[in-house]
Design a protein around this ligand. Sequence first.
Ligand code: FNR
Length: 240
Amino acid sequence: MNAVRNHACRENAFEEAGRDAVYRAIFTRRDVRSHFRPDPIDDAVLARLLMAAHHAPSVGFMQPWNFIVIRDMERRQAVRDLFLAAREQELPNIAEERQMLYRKLKLEGICESALNLCITCDRSRSKGSPLGRWHNPEMDIYSTVCAVQNFWLAARAEGIGVGWVSIIDTEALKRALNIPDHVVPIAYLCVGHVSEFAPQPDLERSGWGARLPLSELIMSETFGGGGEDTLKDIAGKMRP
Ligand SMILES: Cc1cc2c(cc1C)N(C[C@H](O)[C@H](O)[C@H](O)COP(=O)(O)O)c1[nH]c(=O)[nH]c(=O)c1N2
């Protein structure tokens, strides 16, 4: 019976190598800050990554994204200045005992990467027909985040590193990139070839945080609900 069910479940699955490749991209993707190499990205490769992003799911098939490619070093330096200012503003809000470590963290590769990419969300693109968004208007934002993740995973498969920089004042970034009012910058990404993909997140290596055990995050039926012991046991023993 088990074998039958197993077979039935796998009917539409990728072949083993394909499955392995998908999980490999997921488990070895990194937020890259310090390992960028300056050599340019081939436009054909960049176009593939953008095509992957463009095939993300989106509420009401709204496809609210745009992709601003930023290569000019002066503009990037201006964005880096925004980062530096925002980082100083963020610092006092970090728990006092962690401020020293925060200062030491490398949290962007804006000028070292081959290029920057700002993925935006055009909130007006559903043109007055908010399918799937009437109760939850923020769904266009979430859709755009799905595009970011597609880009990030496809980039990993292509050997391209991506680092997300969110320590930036949004209004200042909009002015710097001439983004109109109805468009929201969702992700400012540093993108480029890398010398390596680190085996663990930078914030884990530096002692900032650790991955939470998956088994402790699984709940049954309701928030906080216990149970699902078999699932939790399997998850608890699993290594990526
Ligand atoms: C929405 C959002 C915003 C940010 C990030 C991520 C996401 C999803 N991350 C990257 C984050 O620190 C990183 O994903 C985690 O530390 C886990 O590491 P890996 O991505 O697994 O390498 C990030 N990293 C950084 O150096 N500067 C930043 O401003 C941000 N901002």
